[in-house]
Design a protein around this ligand. Structure first.
Ligand code: FES
Ligand SMILES: [Fe+2]
Length: 384
């Protein structure tokens, strides 16, 4: 086997260049998850999100706040300072910043220099998640949050966890959109040999991409067979829908039942997993996971069993994505190309969508609010 002939190679490279990858600019005008709710407390929480340094805390009356984690004075991390009520006191020279990012006191100056502050980012708390908007604040419309109604509902038992992914977020979205990798990357956990060969269909919408795969009949791996009561069943159905809902949010929905039973007699067990991706840098990503099931709601032993085993499986993605990132990192861009097959249809469309949006946003960006607000105006020094 040799590499493709030159004209084919050039065509592949051209086609690959229309798809987002690790060097594609970030899309800032989107809601991303900044943290699980429980992480945002009265202790200052630093986090790098889309290459921006952010510090988060909760006000005395419980509201989450996110500010730029870079003091307007000499760029010291505000997260190394202290909270005084709802004000952050910088740990270097003591400038104080309120929840809106406005500087309210400069200890060395009797008179407060005007118009200085740090960026304050819109945040919204929904169920287990704190969402942040790092783009144009005028566009931070809550109706643009991806649908996630099951998270926090009593009819779903959930568990959640986090990985720092040593990979760009685009690769992980693609991983999630084509689960044929279950038969290989997850051969020892929740994949089965028949998974990759199962019939699939895809859906490509405007910013929405889905892949459906029906694995029927199948024998479920213990991770699913045990909690669903389908151990030993050789006629199980595993009906999967993998959905890209936004650059920040991917959801996998699966139904399990015994396919030899008539539809009316089936006991259908459903699971949903939210795979929530927030770029940290272009080569790393916050990977928040919320897993839910609609059966055995009161049985904590199921929660524990599924959580432990699922997170072992998800760790295989973490390892795999780091290996993939390393290939991209060490390959010259003009040598990189990819060959796509039928099951990659939604992934290719999704990557083109991210690239189009990212490039358009990068072109229209004329200077970010955060940068515009940070730093004292020229006349400040005279008043200090
Ligand atoms: S760097 Fe924050 S007060 Fe000087
Ligand atoms: Fe995976």
């Amino acid at each position: 086997m040799s590499i493709p002939p030159l004209p084919v190679l050039q065509a592949l490279k051209k086609s690959s260049s229309t798809m987002a990858n690790r060097s594609t600019p970030f899309i800032y005008n989107e809601w991303y998850v900044a943290a699980f709710s429980e992480e945002v407390t009265r202790t200052l929480l630093p986090r790098i999100l889309l290459d921006k340094r952010v510090v988060m805390f909760r006000t005395e009356d419980g509201k989450p706040v996110a500010l730029s984690d870079r003091c307007a004075h000499r760029a010291y991390p505000l997260s190394l300072g202290a909270l005084d009520g709802d004000t952050i006191v910088c740990g270097y020279h003591g400038f104080r910043f309120n929840c809106d990012g406005n500087c309210t006191e400069v200890p060395s100056s009797a008179k407060l220099p005007g118009n200085i502050g740090v960026a304050s980012y819109p945040v919204v708390e929904r169920g287990l998640l704190v969402w942040i908007w790092l783009g144009d604040p005028a566009l931070a419309d809550e109706s643009r949050l991806p649908e996630q109604e099951w998270i926090g509902q009593d009819s779903w038992a959930t568990s959640h966890g986090y990985f720092e992914l040593k990979s760009n977020y685009v690769s992980m979205h693609e991983n999630l959109l084509d689960l044929s990798h279950l038969s290989f990357l997850h051969a020892k956990t929740f994949g089965t040999p028949d998974y990759a060969k199962a019939a699939f269909k895809s859906e490509v919408g405007d910013g929405y991409f889905a892949l459906y795969r029906d694995v029927v009949p199948t024998t479920l791996p213990p991770l699913w067979a045990k909690p669903t009561g389908l151990e030993g069943c050789e006629t199980a159905a595993r009906i999967v829908k993998s959905e890209f809902k936004s650059p920040a949010f991917h959801q996998v929905n699966v139904s399990f039942y015994d396919n030899k039973l008539a539809e009316k007699d089936r006991n259908v067990s459903r699971i949903k997993t939210a795979h929530i991706l927030t770029p940290q840098t272009h080569s790393s990503c916050h990977y928040f996971i919320v897993h839910g099931r609609d059966f055995g709601l009161e049985d904590d032993s199921i929660t524990q069993f599924m959580h432990e085993n699922l997170f072992k499986a998800f760790n295989e993605d973490v390892t795999g994505m780091a290996a993939l990132e390393e290939v991209w990192r060490t390959t010259a861009p003009d040598e990189m190309y990819e060959i796509s097959v039928g099951a990659d249809g939604p992934s290719v469309a999704m990557r083109r969508y991210i690239k189009r949006r990212a490039d358009a946003e990068a072109q229209s960006r004329t200077g970010e609010v955060a940068i515009a607000r940070e730093g004292a105006p020229a006349d400040t020094e005279a008043t200090a």
